[in-house]
Design a binder for this molecule. Sequence first.
Ligand SMILES: Cc1cc2nc3c(=O)[nH]c(=O)nc-3n(C[C@H](O)[C@H](O)[C@H](O)COP(=O)(O)OP(=O)(O)OC[C@H]3O[C@@H](n4cnc5c(N)ncnc54)[C@H](O)[C@@H]3O)c2cc1C
Length: 239
Amino acid sequence: MQLRLPSSVSEAQRCLADGAVPIGGATLVWAGWQRDGFPEQAVSLRDLPEANAFGPEELGGAVPLHRVDATVPEVLHRAASGVGTGAVRRAATVGGNIVGSTLRCLLPAALVLDARATVLTADGVYETDLAELLAKRHVLLALRWRTPLVSGYRKLPGETGGPPPLVVAVAVHADGGAPGRVRVAVRDGYEVVSESTPYRTDAEQVLRDLADTTALSLPAPAQEALRREVADVLARAAA
Ligand SMILES: Cc1cc2nc3c(=O)[nH]c(=O)nc-3n(C[C@H](O)[C@H](O)[C@H](O)COP(=O)(O)OP(=O)(O)OC[C@H]3O[C@@H](n4cnc5c(N)ncnc54)[C@H](O)[C@@H]3O)c2cc1C
């Protein structure tokens, strides 16, 4: 297998056009390749500046999860620090997690940040939403968002060999300087649902507003985890 390491977008596009398979830290693909055979070419974005963006409102697809620190909003930082083991986080990348994995612990965080994705295709670079990123499995160059007022993330303990642990992400976004909208996302099993509602100080009212939406009909344990996280984030937003 030839591993290509483009350092410009045009070079990366050529790799894709040549059929090179995108690769992050290879934490997921390696075992399959060893079993089924390696592709002729793979392309890593680790030398591409656009895929290494890192700041309070942007995160590159090639950034390894262990580098995702408090520079980014709390919800994303905590999501990244809760993935797998230290060894997995040192190798696994943002793009591999959100686009390439089934667990996608970072996805609920990206959804409540209302993040937009900059993607690379053989035709060019463009910006799209997370739904299209996942549906078309585009190559993720970077995520961008506006800093929320407050955010939070909760991952319940999981059982070895059991279903994926429940994940809850919440963020309060500003509207003209004041709290304006509450966004929530829940991963229950392998499914991720998200919803938003106007900000209110009363957590129970926010939960009632969310319960009125069809997307968020959750089983009792998930509702309880959501209740706690919404109450905590709203209390911090009010403070
Ligand atoms: C022991 C262990 C524990 C784990 N625990 C968790 C967990 O708790 N939560 C969780 O969410 N995940 C967990 N994972 C999965 C982990 O998130 C993935 O292994 C990792 O994110 C994949 O990233 P990677 O960079 O290694 O991807 P790779 O293995 O390199 O690639 C995986 C897939 O993603 C695609 N891909 C890679 N980069 C991009 C990109 N920039 N754009 C689009 N597609 C791309 C590849 O083409 C491939 O299809 C665990 C994995 C292991 C091994």
